[in-house]
Design a protein around this ligand. Structure first.
Ligand SMILES: *[C@@H]1O[C@H](CO)[C@@H](O)[C@H](O)[C@H]1NC(C)=O
Ligand SMILES: *[C@@H]1O[C@H](CO)[C@@H](O)[C@H](O)[C@H]1NC(C)=O
Ligand SMILES: *[C@@H]1O[C@H](CO)[C@@H](O)[C@H](O)[C@H]1NC(C)=O
Ligand SMILES: *[C@@H]1O[C@H](CO)[C@@H](O)[C@H](O)[C@H]1NC(C)=O
Ligand SMILES: *[C@@H]1O[C@H](CO)[C@@H](O)[C@H](O)[C@H]1NC(C)=O
Ligand SMILES: *[C@@H]1O[C@H](CO)[C@@H](O)[C@H](O)[C@H]1NC(C)=O
Length: 324
């Protein structure tokens, strides 16, 4: 009996070994991405981490192609220094790469350079792109603005299944200061474990399907405060959500008369509340993260930019007689 159970476990872990491309916008040296790298590997996956050498939050889908061969300033946390090559990998691990570009361009760098040049004999094909977990949530209208999302929707547009993860731990922390994979209350460690749990669920349900997610579809996941940020929350409940709708936040600015400058303000107007597709009965990400406790939001998005058929036809009517 025991032998059979062991046999099944070995079989399950063999079947589940997938190739994951891991990226983010907070830099390759941030604690969240390193924790996730090691936890995905621990789960038996082949992980290739390729992420910006420095902080690229808020760069959205910007595609930055580096022209300098060497860095003209130090990378994040001074981990890679000015004058070093603009891309490279950890000396002790050739699966951990940096590129001096945006998250979206890191995905392209991984697919067009790292994989064919450094892993040609392995002939890897990416089963899933994981972006994050970001240091800070990415909800509602931050979809286009977030670099974590930028890498994700670019990957989906390139036919790859991709998932963006964002945490409520917004400190920009260096893995050499903060990584502790055996600390059950460390938010980065908890998020990494939760990420593995979600990713493995998708791989298990994928079965013999060649794709982990439908073509053109990605996920946006946000985590609530956990562990040291809220010790009663170590295993958030998963909740399906929508990106647009009631309470959805987006970026805005307000003028501060005293300081004489504009300031960031995410909630100064009611964001677009519309339901043209998807499940209109679902709560928004903002509702689940900001107004409930210990729940993680999962939104399903698509990168088919076109409006649905009814809206397209309705709008075509407004273009008559110019068209049809
Ligand atoms: C770039 O760095 C390499 C060493 O990493 C050095 O050999 C080369 O001279 C540098 N090039 C420039 C333009 O600084
Ligand atoms: C590499 O894998 C692809 C499918 O992922 C396959 O079509 C191709 O033939 C493989 N190439 C080599 C050299 O094994
Ligand atoms: C935030 O990150 C920095 C850089 O790693 C670290 O020195 C600092 O201790 C962190 N602060 C908190 C509150 O975690
Ligand atoms: C990591 O966390 C564990 C559990 O909280 C703790 O015992 C250990 O001292 C920590 N390690 C470091 C290097 O802080
Ligand atoms: C922490 O999480 C618990 C549920 O696990 C919740 O009841 C509580 O309100 C949360 N605290 C904060 C400050 O969010
Ligand atoms: C405006 O700026 C001043 C000076 O920097 C600051 O003390 C104040 O908190 C700001 N007001 C608001 C509403 O953010």
């Amino acid at each position: 009996m025991q032998f059979n159970i062991l046999g099944l476990c070995l079989l399950a872990s063999t079947v589940l070994a997938k190739t994951v491309l891991l990226t983010n916008d907070d830099s390759w040296a941030s604690t969240n991405i390193r924790a996730t790298y090691y936890k995905l590997k621990e789960a038996g996956h082949n992980v290739i981490l390729v992420a910006p050498v420095s902080q690229r939050s808020g760069f959205g889908g910007q595609f930055y192609v580096q022209q300098n061969k060497n860095l003209t300033s130090n990378g994040e946390f001074n981990y890679v220094l000015q004058g070093a090559p603009s891309w490279g990998h950890e000396l002790t691990d050739d699966h951990i790469w940096y590129y001096n570009g945006t998250p979206a361009s890191c995905v392209a760098f991984a697919l067009t350079y790292v994989l064919p040049k450094y892993f040609a004999t392995q002939n890897y094909s990416i089963d899933l792109v994981v972006s994050g977990p970001n240091e800070g949530t990415n909800m509602g209208g931050l979809y286009t603005l977030s670099g974590t999302m930028g890498a994700t929707y670019n990957a989906v547009y390139r036919n790859l299944p991709a998932i963006a993860f964002s945490g409520s731990n917004s400190n920009n922390s260096f893995y050499k200061d903060s990584l502790n994979l055996s600390d059950p209350l460390d938010p980065s460690t908890i998020y990494a474990e939760q990420t593995v749990s979600l990713v493995n669920t998708i791989f298990e349900n994928q079965g013999s399907n060649p794709r982990a997610l439908p073509l053109g579809v990605g996920l946006n996941v946000n985590y609530p405060p956990v562990g040291y940020q809220n010790e009663t929350c170590v295993e958030p409940k998963w909740v399906p959500t929508r990106i647009t709708g009631d309470f959805a936040s987006t970026a805005d600015m307000v003028f501060n008369e005293t300081a004489g400058v504009f300031e960031w303000s995410p909630h100064s107007y009611a964001a677009l509340s519309v339901c043209n597709s998807g499940d209109c009965s679902l709560p928004t990400e903002d509702f689940i993260i900001s107004r409930t406790a210990c729940q993680a939001s999962i939104s399903v998005f698509q990168v088919d930019y076109d409006a649905n058929l009814a809206l397209t036809l309705q709008t075509h009517d407004l273009l008559k007689p110019l068209i049809g």
